[in-house]
Design a protein around this ligand. Structure first.
Ligand SMILES: *[C@@H]1O[C@H](CO)[C@@H](O)[C@H](O)[C@H]1NC(C)=O
Ligand SMILES: *[C@@H]1O[C@H](CO)[C@@H](O)[C@H](O)[C@H]1NC(C)=O
Length: 336
């Protein structure tokens, strides 16, 4: 099983002053067994051989002999001279060397550089946005990859092309965490985009995980396809406040109406202090009918938007001609 569990093996054999030295880079999957052969060793005892290793488990070079000992559960010399690591861990990364003398007195050295890896689960886009607004930064979603080693990288794709963060129209916020016990990595990548006016009405975003070892393929998420909306120019939208001026006593009611004569009637989006308000009231939302807290200070801003193409048409017209909407921010119930 020597190289059977390894992804890539590069072999370089040098012959110096009659000593054969064999250098190999080995990659081994975490949790799997690894067998390293001691080149030039007789297949059966009696043998003249010595294994030594310098890894995350050792302080310096540690010598292992065929007699075995307390290290047997981590690494042990097999009867044929090979070294067995029953389950490779992150701490086994390092250098392994064997020096063997054949029956006719020829010395051979083997030198292995072991790197370990773990393939993470398929990455996933959490909290994908279903709608984006043209001209303003929008969060598309957060891509998450869990359980990989080494860390690797996440990248975003738009309509099949890799998105390069430029800090303007495209920005990415990344976070890398390491599990305190397993040492495996969790990557988060949050994508913000500012869709261009007149761009694609339904762009396709996806995310992929690329491992640090180049020989492995990238893992892709399922795509997400938000709709892009274009705001109606502000001069065509009117916000009517009742009572005028918007000053209400605690517990009072204020009605905000968003009016526009744009045709076809657009969808209305409400935001409060810059945060979008959900379309349907849910318990516990600040400033909803039934909420017993007094009215809060704050600005309600309505944005009307039309969808870019006629594919679906406006989905939720504001109601009456002129596309109006109303919101009751607080104190719907009295006596709270
Ligand atoms: C030694 O034995 C192990 C386990 O049986 C095997 O995987 C390995 O290839 C053997 N080494 C050699 C040099 O034959
Ligand atoms: C093994 O990897 C190291 C570091 O990546 C590199 O410098 C070296 O040339 C590699 N050795 C072989 C034999 O490929």
């Amino acid at each position: 099983m020597a190289a059977g569990t390894t992804a890539g093996v590069w072999v370089l054999v040098l012959s110096l002053w009659g000593v054969a030295v064999s250098d190999q880079n080995i990659t081994a999957r975490i949790g799997k067994p690894l067998v390293l052969n001691c080149k030039g060793a007789p297949k059966k005892p009696p043998q003249q051989l010595e294994w030594k290793l310098n890894t995350g488990r050792t302080e310096a070079w540690k010598v292992l002999t065929p007699q075995g000992g307390p290290w047997d559960s981590v690494a042990r010399v097999l009867p044929n001279g090979s070294l067995l690591l029953p389950a490779v861990g992150i701490q086994d990364e390092g250098t392994f060397r064997c020096r063997a003398t054949s029956r006719n007195g020829k010395e051979t050295k083997s030198n292995y550089r072991v790197q370990v890896y773990q393939i993470p689960g398929k990455p996933d886009i959490v909290d994908p946005a279903s709608e984006l607004m043209a001209g303003v930064p929008n969060k598309v979603g957060t891509c998450v990859s869990e359980g990989g080693y080494p860390a690797g990288t996440l990248s975003w794709h738009l309509d099949g092309k890799t998105l390069i963060p430029d800090g303007k129209g495209v920005s990415v916020k990344e976070e890398t965490r390491r599990h305190p016990e397993t040492g495996l990595f969790t990557l988060h990548s949050e994508l913000m985009v500012t869709p261009a006016w007149g761009g694609a009405p339904q762009p396709t975003f996806s995310c992929s995980f690329s491992p640090s070892f180049p020989r492995r393929r990238a893992l892709h998420t399922a795509p997400t396809r938000p709709s892009v909306w274009e705001p109606v120019p502000l001069e065509e939208v009117q916000l009517v406040v009742e009572p005028a001026g918007g000053a209400v006593p605690p517990g009072g009611t204020v009605t905000l109406t968003c009016e526009t004569s744009v045709q076809p009637p657009p969808q209305i989006h409400w935001t409060k202090d810059g945060t979008p308000l959900p379309l349907s009231p849910s318990p516990g939302d600040p400033g909803r009918p039934g909420d017993r807290r007094p009215a809060r200070r704050g600005h309600h801003v309505a944005q009307a938007a039309t969808q870019r193409t006629g594919e679906e048409g406006p989905r939720k017209p504001g109601g009456r001609r002129g596309g109006a909407c109303g919101a009751e921010p607080a104190g719907g119930s009295r006596g709270g």
